[in-house]
Ligand binder design. Structure first.
Ligand SMILES: [Zn+2]
Length: 504
């Protein structure tokens, strides 16, 4: 046989499209050419493949070798085509035969893995994205990958995944000498990375309450206050209040995270991402010629914490508005656009003024008024309007006299129960209720209706602001186990609007 055809996958965003790797070995002057829109990473593959083949004790054919990656219009940039190209060279030059001396059956096999110069297989990135696509397209497919990526791929139900450590092992499998073992599904990451406990935070009763409400209803939260009052400490403790990820959520989280780093285990707890305020727009929402997910997608089903909110580039913050509403982000590129999931919970923190000491009982703020106004206007009204809970933290009395807070382990059952109530009633968390569903599920009693009418009138609230208050009130009622939203829940929800605090 002088032609071999093998299957692999090209990853673009979260999509993993089929790529046919055709290798032809013909007579002529020795040459090794690679065609089919290969990126830099693929072009370098020639050197790795040659070296790996020689290191494993095979001959590198002396003739003219052409490897074509089809379809040609699909951009490809990864070392994961090394394995199918190398195996293709060996098959096309007749160096691998099955037990009967014929050419091995490679139908249904999908191969992905970069080769080192010694012939060892490097775990492929994007393992889960590839596995999900392969399982969907061909129920009989057999995926060959290096561990631990193979273990991550094996988490996809019904997909056969074989684990291979080197080119040698793959050749031995196809030659019928020594079949590759099935990959063991990767373990669930245990609770070791469980977020720190809320019991460590002293005082700040209102902010702790806001954090519990945010956890229970999936609400976004903005904390403002001088440095050192515990804004970051509180934010870091939100994931510890959330229930563990379901299997489906964990797979979604792993598929996105696997695009930027190889995973060893399935994440069990909601992710917590805290990008620096110097992060660019594409670092935050995703981008790049080969689109990579941004922080908002890496925080999918978890928490995105933006400390020093007004210090972020305004353009980057504005890009959060759409994903906050839709739970996904679209990255448009010349080669096509792709979507990343971004159902994250936003927790933001800001100082009251650039120096941070405005309103502090002992420190003096010397920021001119215009600078304070400019600082606050860095965060646009429409973005602030999309944040459900606003809470102002202030400096409290002597630290050692302030009582320790309630530990996360005691709060989590209340959060879990409130979430179960919401999912049972409406199939989603209160923060994600659309207007008609909100009208159905957050009906106020007579006293509540009167209070709402008075408040809307007094503060001139938009329909959006009113709905945010109702969603928070619905969560407060769920935390209390009440089926109807009472006036007490509504009154509490109103105090978390920006109009009620200095965050506006
Ligand atoms: Zn100041």
């Amino acid at each position: 046989m002088s032609l071999a055809v093998l299957a692999s996958r090209a990853v673009f965003g979260l999509q993993a499209r089929q790529v046919q790797v055709e290798v032809h070995v013909g007579s002529g002057l020795p040459a090794f050419s690679l065609v089919g829109l290969p990126g830099v990473g693929v072009r370098e593959s020639r050197e790795r493949v040659r070296s790996a083949i020689l290191s494993c004790g095979f001959d590198f054919p002396a003739g003219r070798i052409t490897a074509n990656l089809a379809p040609a219009d699909l951009p490809k940039d990864s070392g994961r085509f090394d394995l199918p190209i190398a195996l293709g060279v060996l098959l096309a030059s007749g160096q691998v035969a099955d037990g009967q001396g014929g050419s091995p059956d490679v139908r249904h096999y999908v191969l992905a893995g970069e080769l080192s110069l010694t012939g060892a297989l490097v775990p492929a990135d994007s393992a889960l994205a590839i596995a999900l696509a392969v399982a969907q397209d061909d129920p009989q497919a057999i995926l060959v990958m290096a561990p631990p990526a193979a273990g991550i791929a094996a988490l996809v139900p019904g997909l056969r995944v074989l684990a291979a450590g080197s080119l040698d092992e793959v050749v031995a499998h196809f030659a019928g000498h020594s079949p590759l073992p099935c990959a063991m599904p990767a373990p669930l990451q245990d609770e070791v990375d469980r977020a720190p406990c809320l019991g460590d935070v002293r005082g700040q009763a209102l902010a702790r309450r806001a954090l519990e409400i945010a956890a229970a209803g999936g609400h976004s939260l903005l904390m403002s206050g001088p440095p050192g009052v515990g804004k970051s400490m509180l934010a870091q403790r939100l994931p510890g209040l959330l229930p563990p990820l379901t299997q489906r959520e964990a797979l979604e989280v792993a598929a996105v995270q696997g695009l930027v780093q190889p995973l060893r285990a399935l994440p069990g707890t909601p992710p917590f991402r805290a990008p620096h305020h110097g992060a660019s727009r594409s670092a935050l929402v995703g981008g790049g010629a080969y689109p990579r997910p941004g922080e908002i997608s890496l925080a999918h089903h978890g928490v995105l914490f933006l400390d020093e909110l007004p210090e972020f580039e305004r353009r980057a913050l504005e890009a959060l508005r759409e994903p906050l509403e839709t739970g996904q982000v679209t990255v448009a590129r010349a080669a096509g656009s792709c979507h990343f999931p971004a159902r994250f919970q936003l927790v933001a923190a800001m100082n009251p003024c650039p120096c941070g000491w405005l309103g502090h009982p002992r420190q003096v703020c010397r920021c001119p008024q215009e600078r304070v106004a400019r600082y606050r206007s860095q965060v646009s009204g429409p973005l602030l309007d999309r944040i459900d809970l606003h809470v102002a933290l202030s400096v409290e009395g002597a630290w050692h006299k302030t009582p320790m807070g309630e530990p996360s382990a005691q709060i989590r059952p209340r959060v879990t129960a409130a979430r179960a109530r919401q999912l049972g009633r409406q199939g989603c968390l209160n923060a994600h209720l659309d207007a008609p569903a909100l009208a159905r599920h957050a009906d106020l009693d007579v006293a509540g209706q009167a209070l709402l009418a008075r408040t809307v009138e007094a503060w001139g609230w938009s329909a959006r602001a009113t709905q945010r208050v109702l969603r928070v009130a619905r969560t407060l009622a769920d935390l209390q186990g009440e089926s109807r939203v009472g006036v007490a829940a509504l009154a509490q929800a109103i105090q978390f609007r920006p109009d009620a605090g200095p965050a506006s």
